[in-house]
Design a binder for this molecule. Sequence first.
Ligand code: PEP
Ligand code: MN
Length: 259
Amino acid sequence: LVSRKKKPEDTVIDIKGEKIGDGNRHFIMGPCAVESYEQVSTVAEAVKKQGLKLLRGGAFKPRTSPYDFQGLGIEGLQILKQAADEHDLAVISEIVNPADIEQAVDYLDVIQIGARNMQNFELLKEAGSVNKPVLLKRGMSATISEFINAAEYIISRGNGNIILCERGIRTYEKATRNTLDISSVPILKQETHLPVMVDVTHSTGRRDLLLPAAKAALAIGADGVMAEVHPDPAVALSDSAQQMDIPTFESFMDELKKF
Ligand code: PEP
Ligand code: MN
């Protein structure tokens, strides 16, 4: 059902008036994790000031180590929604447990399914059963074909509002956190009718590569870019090495507007 052969025209996903897949560029910005109201509110204000609409923030964090910050859970979603409502933004956040979807949809405009859960088929089926757009990230060891099949799990349950997100794959290369598979973008656009975005933060893991990676994503035809922004990355509870502070975010957006 996600195949372009089945449906030649692009799928456009309307998130509070932001139409992903309409040929314009879209940006999903916000902290890695929701840490406090003040933190999210500061980022929301900066996102709004840039004329952007989509605010991200993790409340259920799928951390590699069980001893790392796991997120604020439902309370995190409430904080995110409050800050978004105050700035007229739409909210996107990751859900890791199928049982949380029913409650979480009250707070979310987009359900994110993270790389580590791309083949959590029960989660995919549950996300396919609700009337809420889904941003599906590519698994770090998933082929493009497996990625497309994961999207097929969601659409086959009735929910075709899916945004695919390339976020880098694991290779032998150590210079970046993951290897941004930039060619997956035109392949996914050719093979499916779904919008495709690129997460430059988790693919590169390097603040100095966020801008060139975002330019590459837009140049190769991505519908938009996701990146992480934190008021004070040095004290962030997750991904402190790669989040942008507010002035860096502002110059990042200024450069992309010129590009
Ligand atoms: C995230 O976007 O918060 C995240 C954890 O990314 P990924 O699932 O791509 O690692
Ligand atoms: Mn992160």
